[in-house]
Write a protein that binds this ligand. Structure first.
Ligand code: ZN
Length: 290
């Protein structure tokens, strides 16, 4: 699926389904508070009958003149995630099939960029081969922001905070010497650069694309769901620093509102990309179809 914006941006799906009730993801989204939002009636983003957020877990592929950059690697297969049944020990081949439908094999990817190192952004970093985790993308540099790496590595050293995703999806790529640690404003090539967006995690980043004609921001989990454009102060349960996350989101929305730039998060259901507009003192959005 081609998305609007500079260069060629496409979406490769790993999982797409109604996820959970709003308050599971966003603690401030009580049933009453959620019902007051405009997004709550939008059937593209909410399973209204069952009051569940519709979430997509997808990679974004950016084809530039020089590179094929894959942003966020979703949930993955064979991963031990007993707390989330939909993510646990998956064996379907949909992701690699969807990549092929986009005209790509894993060997074509030149860069993998994880906006942060949560389990649903690193899963397809690796695949299980003969009982060992190996990089799924054999020719790619895996780009990780230094601050994010430091935070996740420290968490992995402590048994209380160590997550299985470090062992099965990050450490094997380090061992394969495919990880490149970069600063928060790193430029991959002209028109493709990182921008720090701390809060969801300490080293969370946004990828900024600008081909001189159009601009897009691939924001990862800086915004999980469209309702957070309407309610920027609603941070997710999974934010490391919810207050900072809310500040970063509000500042970002102010920066991009009314500019025509495309905002493409990691979990928005189709049409996946939005343009932020001002709405009184707050924000709203429109999509390509509107
Ligand atoms: Zn996520």
């Amino acid at each position: 699926m081609r998305l609007p914006g500079p260069f060629v941006v496409t979406r490769v799906v790993d999982l797409f389904h109604p996820f959970r009730e709003p308050q599971f993801l966003l603690p401030d989204a009580t049933p009453e508070a959620f019902a007051e939002t405009r997004v709550s009636k939008d059937t593209r983003f909410v399973d209204v009958a069952n009051c569940k957020l519709i979430m997509s877990f997808h990679s974004l592929i950016v084809r530039t003149p020089r590179n094929v950059i894959l942003v966020d690697t979703c949930v993955g297969n064979h991963k031990e995630r007993p707390l989330l049944p939909e993510w646990h020990q998956r064996t379907d081949g949909e992701y690699i099939k969807n990549l092929a439908a986009d005209g790509l094999t894993p060997a074509d990817i030149t860069h993998v960029l994880c906006t942060h190192l949560h389990a649903d952004h690193v899963g397809w970093n690796t695949k299980l081969l003969n009982g060992r985790w190996v990089p799924t993308f054999p020719n790619a540099k895996y780009i990780i922001h230094k601050a994010e790496f430091a935070h996740a590595e420290a968490a992995a050293r402590d048994p209380a905070t160590r997550h299985a995703s470090w062992d099965d999806s990050v450490q094997p790529v380090i061992d394969a010497k495919q990880v490149v640690l970069v600063d928060g404003d790193h430029e991959i090539e002209p028109g493709v650069r990182l921008m720090p967006a701390p809060g969801h995690t300490p080293g969370n980043i946004v990828l900024v694309l600008d081909d001189g004609k159009q601009r897009a921001y691939l924001v990862g989990d800086t915004i999980h769901h469209p309702v957070q454009i309407e309610r920027p102060h609603w941070s997710s349960r999974f934010c490391f620093d919810p207050a900072q996350s809310a500040l970063t989101r509000a500042k970002f929305l102010g920066q991009v509102a009314e500019t025509g730039a495309w905002v493409i998060p990691a979990h928005f259901a189709p049409p996946c990309a939005v343009q932020v507009v001002a709405d009184g003192a707050g924000f709203w959005f429109k999509t390509a179809a509107e």
